[in-house]
Design a protein around this ligand. Structure first.
Ligand SMILES: [Zn+2]
Length: 280
């Protein structure tokens, strides 16, 4: 790894460079981002990938942090992806997650939340909700922000967050890959949440999909982060390829365009937001 000093200019707030998708060239991918001043938060999705995220963040300590949690798709009848390397669903081992969250590189709890898009059995909704609430309690106990994943479940998500309002920290966390409506975003803003956007905002609007322009115009820049969610959802002009942290620059560009501000303006505001939410 390059010994030059890291200068923090941008943030990829949600990435998975610890996944097997990078086994062949991980150090190269990381150095590409690092040399552009891109800090990275590695997000766990199971106990194993959470541990891997922490190990990688420790190894690249100047430019990297981690979040630990159990993704909703791994709580019930699990959904698997070879790029992720999680092969089985698991029960949420709160003690073990609490133990790894004690590492100083861990700046958040997640990704956790609800995912009805990949749902195989209706009963799994109950498990997802239960596990999500346990993450909310853990984040409260450890005074760390939540890194929330939500797909096709914003109604239930908002309902749970409102009913657990007493367990939310003053900066409760970040809704990753937000793909709901402006009304949903408004309710989450009222609860104090921040939002992170990725490659999907650079795609042409899908019929019946989220109007990112409208949503991003409505959310104050003081509440916005940029992410890649790499290896998934690469932004234009890399759409369809394996994503990687350096492409967060394309997401910044798009947010700057929608907000009518400079890319540098977006990048520096994101760093202020990161200090507030993650303390980095
Ligand atoms: Zn993710």
């Amino acid at each position: 790894m390059n010994a030059s000093e890291f200068s923090f200019k941008h943030l990829d707030a949600h990435t998975h460079t610890h996944f097997p998708a990078y086994d062949a060239d991980r150090d190269v991918v990381i150095e590409r981002a690092r040399s552009e001043g891109i800090g990275m938060i590695q997000i766990g999705s199971s106990l194993k990938t959470s541990k891997d995220a922490v190990v990688l963040a420790e190894k690249n300590s100047d430019c990297m942090w981690a979040c630990v949690g159990l993704h909703p798709i791994h709580t019930g009848d699990s959904f698997h992806d070879e790029n992720e390397g999680v092969e089985e669903s698991e029960t949420f081992d709160v003690e073990e997650f609490e133990r790894i969250a004690a590492n100083k590189k861990v700046v958040g709890i997640g990704e956790c939340g609800l995912d009805y898009f990949h749902l195989k059995n209706e009963e799994d909704k109950i498990v997802q909700k239960e596990v999500f609430i346990r993450h909310i309690s853990l984040a409260h106990k450890l005074k760390k922000p939540l890194m929330i994943h939500c797909r096709d479940a914003y109604g239930d998500l908002i309902q749970i967050l409102q009913s657990k309002k007493h367990l939310l920290n003053s900066r409760p966390g970040v809704i990753h890959f937000f793909c709901g409506t402006t009304d949903g975003a408004r309710e989450l803003l009222n609860l104090g949440f921040y939002f992170t956007f990725g490659g999907a905002i650079t795609y042409p609007m899908r019929k019946g999909g989220t109007d990112y322009e409208e949503v991003i115009k409505m959310i104050p820049i003081e509440k916005i982060f940029c992410e890649t969610d790499a290896p998934y959802v690469a932004p234009v002009p890399y759409r369809g390829k394996r994503n990687e942290p350096i492409y967060v620059l394309e997401v910044e560009k798009k947010i700057a365009e929608i907000k009518g501000v400079s890319q540098e303006g977006v990048a520096s505001q994101v760093l202020k937001n990161a200090k507030e939410v993650f303390g980095i």
